[in-house]
Design a protein around this ligand. Structure first.
Ligand SMILES: *Cc1c(COP(=O)(O)O)cnc(C)c1O
Length: 457
């Protein structure tokens, strides 16, 4: 069987695998410009399970997105500006946040602790004072206290009102936060996404916002009602719906000048189709322009918070196949038991039946493949990956093989780390950062002693 680079869908820009290639020995290779990294060398040195982060992927993607928006804005003769805000909850690790800040990205935080990370960066004097932070999430007093403290120090922050009680509090003498405010609307449009809830509990309804009328210092109108929106034209439908409200709200709130369209652009987990965003970006800019022209209002600045699309491709997770087990009467013939855990470290596999692109790391060329299921190392029967009841094709393991079989799971950079856990007290994978020809350890593999301490031993 010809299992080459094309077969494994590597080296394809439109699938976000452009940095991957196969070496002459049939093992996985990563290219960063003229640097290259042999994954087998990294495995031999750092062992498995292993997470490998490629910050240069994030920098490149953000630059491309910013250029695309700016070009569309120019071509459309649009008078507003584009701002990217990175939703930190998608991955708060330093090696993910810093590349975004370094490429001019702004931030969006969801909790007091995420804002505290911003404070740490701010205190080092490493921020351009133009950097702006949008604060979402319920704002209990410690969160508001930190917002006030950082605003007093000169950081630009826009807290987003989540409900009426919060609005009342933010505008009251005791809860007051100075400066511009945002408000979140639950746009009245159903789309298919990872946010398939019949009833959304976030934000105010359009009717509620209109009923309030004037909201002092209102600068930003925000919505976020979908994640992994696979029909990307839905993103444009949402903008159109939100802009109807924007024009009406602007009548009573002349300071309103930002439309914040939230997250939702999909990551390419399955590599079955591509998600080109240039058409969507063009349509978003055109719709906002058309609707502001129609209402005779100035065009707003456009804020985008697409998270997983940007950071998912910047990490892969490597497992070793420990042993195989025969399966009777199923589409898969064998279990490949791996030395990591889906429940613990790729939790969305379990929580939302996430599908992943998976390839071997060695034996990639011209091997016979077996349909298999993957089993994690915890003792939970749910700790498995079956590609949604289908199977994964991986090299047949031969008892005469000198090397164990290693596998790579792609696009693991979004959401998995902060959701990870320690079921069966397995250690989290070690994590390394690969950039500019250098390799640094971001997280050592936890020792038994360290794990014991987490549990009071
Ligand atoms: C989670 C979240 C995002 C990011 O969503 P993606 O699906 O990762 O693009 C953006 N904005 C807000 C307010 C969020 O809660």
């Amino acid at each position: 069987m010809k299992t080459d680079k094309k077969y494994w869908k590597l080296g394809r820009r439109e699938l976000k695998t452009e940095i991957f290639d196969i070496d002459t020995d049939g093992s996985l290779l990563v290219r960063e410009g003229n640097y290259q990294y042999r994954i087998m060398d990294l495995i031999n040195h750092y062992k498995t399970p292993l997470e490998i982060v490629f910050p240069f992927m994030i920098e490149k993607s953000l630059l491309e997105l910013t250029d695309t928006f700016n070009n569309c804005i120019k071509q459309a003769g649009y008078s507003g500006k584009f701002f990217y805000h990175y939703p930190m909850k998608v991955n708060q690790n330093k090696e993910f946040v810093l590349p975004i800040v370094s490429e001019g990205g702004n931030l969006e935080v969801a909790s007091v602790n995420e804002l505290w990370l911003v404070k740490k960066l701010w205190e080092k004097g490493r921020f351009n004072p133009n950097l702006r932070v949008i604060c979402n999430g319920p704002k209990a007093e410690p969160y508001l206290e930190l917002i006030r403290e950082l605003k007093a120090k000169g950081l630009q922050i826009i807290p987003v009102i989540e409900d009426r009680a919060e609005m009342k509090h933010l505008l009251s003498p005791e809860g007051r936060v100075n400066g511009p405010l945002g408000i979140r609307v639950d746009v009245d449009l159903k789309i298919k996404s990872r946010w398939d809830k019949k009833i959304n509990r976030y934000g105010l309804t359009p009717a509620e916002i209109l009923e309030i009328g004037r909201i002092p210092r209102l600068k930003l109108l925000h919505y976020h009602i979908g994640s992994q929106v696979e029909n990307i034209d839905d993103l444009v439908r949402l903008v159109r719906e939100a802009m109807k409200l924007y024009s009406q709200v602007k009548i009573n709130n002349p300071n309103l000048d930002i439309i914040d369209i939230g997250g939702g652009f999909p990551a390419n987990y399955e590599k079955k189709v591509s998600y080109p965003y240039s058409g969507v970006v063009k349509n978003i800019v055109n719709v906002v322009k058309e609707m502001s022209d129609r209402s005779g209002q100035p065009a707003p600045d456009i804020v985008v918070e697409w998270g997983r699309f940007l950071v998912a491709p910047a990490q892969i997770t490597i497992f070793k196949v420990l042993h195989t087990k025969k399966i009777d009467n199923a589409v898969a013939k064998k279990w490949y038991v791996v030395d990591g855990s889906f429940i613990n470290d790729l939790s969305d596999t379990w929580a939302i039946h996430q599908k992943w692109h998976i390839t071997p790391v060695n034996n990639m060329l011209d091997r016979k493949l077996d349909p298999v299921w993957l089993a994690g190392s915890s003792c939970d029967s749910d700790d498995k990956y079956t590609a949604g009841g289908s199977y994964i094709l991986l090299p047949e393991i031969d008892s005469t093989d000198e090397q164990p079989q290693y596998i790579a799971v792609y696009d693991t950079g979004a959401y998995q780390d902060s959701l990870s856990s320690h079921h069966c007290l397995l250690s989290s994978p070690a994590k390394i950062i690969v950039q500019n020809g250098d390799i640094t350890v971001a997280r050592r593999r936890e020792t038994s002693e360290e794990i014991g301490r987490l549990f009071g031993w």
